[in-house]
Write a protein that binds this ligand. Structure first.
Ligand SMILES: NC(=O)c1ccc[n+]([C@@H]2O[C@H](COP(=O)([O-])OP(=O)(O)OC[C@H]3O[C@@H](n4cnc5c(N)ncnc54)[C@H](OP(=O)(O)O)[C@@H]3O)[C@@H](O)[C@H]2O)c1
Length: 306
């Protein structure tokens, strides 16, 4: 079996390459084209068609996206293209190539006012990113009606730079010791990227067996945490002071961040095999430890563990 992972240089795409390790995997990147990854601009139909024509994959996974708020603000057309046009073109290309498609979407398609959200709950995105992810879902369904669309909440895992996840950015702020206010209203469900990728592998298997998976699927960790609560857990685990971290309402007050997008995943397990649930309490320390300071764990600033 052959798989193409679009966006394999990103956080989720790297996990995806591991999860599809039982297949022959071709990964693509855009700017981070090191190693065995193929450079493909996913906003170019020709580039997508060339790759899919050469590889002739059984399954395609689309992990391309632009989820950095700074890029949405600075270059909205580029961000929209990375989220919407790329999704449409990859779906059209996959359909033409006869490949099964798993497309990744986000819990930000919901407004966060009435959790939990089922796959058929009414989307109502609050910000541009959520609107783009929703437009992308519509485009994928139109171009590739058999595709599986998987909505995920905020992800964490092994990162390559501190700003790659919210969690490592929070760890840096805890370790830095400078006064900081973190939102204590909006509840997130940090989910390990490896777990999400494992779910995708099962979805791909189901598609390859000819199963129809409905209009969208949800997967999420169960533990809900605000950014402030995550900071306190990090400080506690690494015996770091937390007096400089204040509870605030920064995200909630902005009006464009959903307060609680808890995803109802009850429909999915029946379609899946045994996914290993990663518990946040156990998985977050190795993910954040290298990022507590620029030069490594903040040993010098640790409080006496007693
Ligand atoms: N991370 C989260 O918390 C989260 C939560 C829910 C849903 N999602 C969704 O999951 C998917 C993967 O997210 P992620 O966290 O892995 O994102 P990421 O780390 O930012 O990676 C994004 C990937 O997309 C590629 N890309 C961006 N623009 C491209 C273009 N024009 N052509 C080709 N490739 C392009 C990037 O390539 P280069 O880096 O090589 O340029 C990278 O491989 C996205 O759809 C995202 O919206 C993410």
């Amino acid at each position: 079996m052959r798989a193409v992972i679009f966006g394999a240089s990103g956080l989720l795409g790297r996990s995806m390459v591991r999860a599809f390790g039982d297949m022959t995997v071709t990964g693509t990147a855009f700017s981070r084209t090191a190693g065995a990854l193929f450079a493909v601009d996913a906003t170019s139909a020709d580039a997508i068609a060339r790759l899919l024509g050469r590889v002739r994959p059984d399954v395609v996974v689309n992990c391309v996206g632009e989820r950095r708020p700074a890029v949405w603000a600075a270059t909205p057309r580029r961000a929209r293209a990375g989220n919407v046009d790329a999704a449409r073109l990859i779906a059209e290309g996959s359909h033409r190539a006869g490949a099964r498609l798993v497309h990744i979407s986000s819990d930000y398609v919901f407004d966060g006012t009435a959790p939990p959200y089922r796959p058929d709950s009414l989307p109502n995105p609050l910000n541009a990113y959520g609107r783009w992810k929703l437009l992308a879902e519509h485009a994928v369904r139109a171009a590739c009606p058999d595709a599986a669309i998987l909505r995920l909440p905020v992800l964490y895992g092994p990162v390559r730079f501190v700003a790659e996840t919210n969690l490592t950015e929070i760890a840096r702020q805890v370790g830095a010791g400078a006064p900081v206010e973190l939102d204590d209203v909006c509840v997130r469900y940090p989910t390990h990227a490896d777990e999400a990728a494992e779910v995708c592998r099962w979805l791909a298997g189901a598609l390859l067996q000819g199963q129809r998976l409905g209009s969208a699927a949800h997967w999420s960790a169960e533990q809900g945490l605000t950014k402030y609560r995550m900071a306190l857990m990090i400080a506690h685990r690494f015996h770091l002071p937390a007096e400089h971290v204040r509870a605030g309402e920064t995200d909630a007050a902005s009006g464009d961040r959903p307060v609680n997008c808890r995803l109802d995943c009850l429909d999915l397990p029946a379609a899946l095999g045994p996914v290993r649930r990663r518990l946040f309490d156990i998985e977050f320390p190795p993910a954040v430890e290298p990022w507590l300071t620029a030069s490594g764990p903040a040993a010098g600033r640790r409080k006496d563990p007693s």
